[in-house]
Ligand binder design. Sequence first.
Ligand code: ARG
Ligand code: ZN
Length: 844
Amino acid sequence: ATQYLADWRPYPFEIDETRLEFHLHPTATRVLSQIDFRRTAPGDLVLDGAGLRTLSLSVDGQPIDPALIHEADERLTIPDLPDRFTFSAEVEIDPQANTALEGLYLSGGMFCTQCEAQGFRHITWYPDRPDVMAPFRVTIHSDQPVLLSNGNPVEQAPGRAVWVDPWKKPAYLFALVAGDLRAVSDHFTTMSGRDVALNVWVRPGDEGRAGYAMESLIRSMRWDETAYGREYDLDVFNIVAVDDFNMGAMENKGLNIFNSKLVLATAETATDGDYERIEGVIGHEYFHNWTGNRITCRDWFQLCLKEGLTVFRDQQFTSDMRSAAVKRIHDVQTLRARQFREDSGPLSHPPRPDHYQEINNFYTATVYEKGAEVIGMLKRLVGDDGYAKALDLYFTRHDGQACTIEDWIAVFQDATGRDLTQFKRWYTDAGTPRLTMTEDWQDGTLVLNFRQDIAPTPGQSEKPPRVIPIAIGLIGPNGDEVLPTTVLEMTEAQQSFRFDGLGARPVVSLLRGFSAPVTVTREITANEQALLLAHDSDAYARWQAGHDLALDELTRRATGAAGSRALVQALGGVLDDAERDPAFAALCLALPGEEEIATTLAARGTPPDPDAIHAARHALLSEIAEAHQTAFARLYEAMAPQGPYRPDAEGAARRSLRLACLANLSRRDGGARAEALFASAGNMTERQGALEQLIALGRDAQALADFEAEFRDNRLVMDKWFMVQPLRAAPDQAVARARALAQRPDFDWKNPNRFRSLISGLTANHAAFHAADGSGYDFLADWLIRLDPVNPQTTARMCSAFETISRYDATRQARAKAVLARIAALPGLSRNTAEMVTRILAGL
Ligand code: ARG
Ligand code: ZN
């Protein structure tokens, strides 16, 4: 059944305390609960429960008739209750059978939990909604050596532990872990002098791989104090790494649970990208302690209240720890690749949706990444001081509350006096605005004419204009900046801005810093793009100019037009300057991917041809490799390691340029350098980079065998091995290769990391996944059908590989439609997958 935002009603009870007692057993865990309710409004007590074996129910010691349980609705409704009472339940659950990884489950013999969004109802009867908050007291009985829950430990004895969390919280923030774990420990003194014990818990043998996670945690705690004045509020902070996890990580109060790939790292096993993600996600989950936990969401429609804000905060953190320019460019690339893609297809929804069938399908790029962009725009509109004032007000006004987007906007209005009525559309309306700019130039006056259009999205046909902050600069013909960054506030559907007293006609540096999540259409020549690429003072805009130049070149070639030399020449300038800013050069050398070329063609009304796109990109890369071979050889040597591996921004920048050079050199040396680097590199960044080149060249047999022999026993490293093969293989071989890999005994498909590595390795290989014979679609569908009864969440997420299908030709659409219909027709299909497939089919 569809849930609607408009149907939210306050819960008629508050909870004074929740007491839980767990008797852990792999197949028969008993959970005893005592919940002290206090009435705040008339109404029945409604509790959620799913898949529970209910042994007893009582109110103030009086048994409750189990017939009040409505199995189909997963609800227990008790009428006629007094104003205060204690509800108790005893239930039995089976963690071992819990392959969906929602609620209490086993991972490698360890008990762990995932309760967001609605996992707690798989543990016991409870008001499983985020606006019902309570302090928790948790007793764990188990022979596992380490027993953890939220809050502070108050009793620890062999076989038993008691944890008390004094901060009231919703059930989705509950966590429990029990297992044979080892801690990497440190401590942190907060700004008011509280000493906090810090632990990163890992499996025995992994202690040497948790140091970077711990350093990242300490940096996060310090940063939140200096940047936001937010201090930690318990005596301990625990992080646990688990191997089986549907998502990245979870911000449970005082007990964050992480996918082990976001905790464990050594130079030999993790890439620079892995290190950066670990730091970012450790920060993200830690920052949730204030933006999510102390202040939570009233209902799940408000998910972006905590996620958009916390992503925005982790982006700021990474910018401060590393390079702000590189971080911004990465974030824009991700937003375009994931959120613009989502927004332009059948799954488009606003950052704050107003209906859903399965909330787990809404942990999306739109809620997270666009949610963060919207906050970035807000900050730009009210200024840094306005933002700081608003955030201070948010924390003081709403501490301890479950809030809405309306509360969030009110804080900005009250702190800054600005009317944000129109701004709110960014939260409630779906779709990516297309911004079109034309220019009029006469006698030293430049007029910029803007138009904003937003295509209809599912269920929303009317799209009134939004306020768009357009940051621009003007660059003179010699490359000097004649107007520094200026923010134009566009509020109308069409609006013009005028600049007088200019000498020569300047080039507009448009949407500096990517000041709004919009697409841009403008008239610009290759020479003007090259001027911006060479001279723009805004690093993002400089990169974007080169990227647009490349995208124009690639789309022309992919549709059969003749190529030009403009990009090849412009890259020469970038390479001359590369040693000054290696990361920037590497970003420019990474041409737009095949998927982005397809997106661009589709937006211009041309159905993309995956094979033509692949061929055009390949040919252009070969021209670049040839034209600049001397520079690539020189830079490859210049970027060689200078001392031991350090996972910092400077080292990562040099390695990224070195690998970009390697990719170019490999097109001409038959893989000699890649083989040498694979054999000699002491870090995973270079090893994986070299391996990817060897796979692309089809010279990978020896390297893959060596890699496997070395890392056979390391699940996380073998995930990379499973991923890079379908990803980098030639498109006409990738599906067969993925099928063969899926036959291996170590393709442990019930492990979400392993499943995603292989399957999304293939779906990210654009020309392979969209093979004209439909073999890519069949492969994905076969595996989705197999995984759905085991793990609906992970299955449903991966359905989004089909969200772009309406862009392609009729044959591909028909083939995809057929496999989607095959999935939709399955008896017992999960609600998660059913919702995704229905929404995608509705767009075809
Ligand atoms: N709140 C977590 C995070 O961003 C995500 C958990 C989502 N899990 C899920 N099953 N929907 O940081
Ligand atoms: Zn989050």
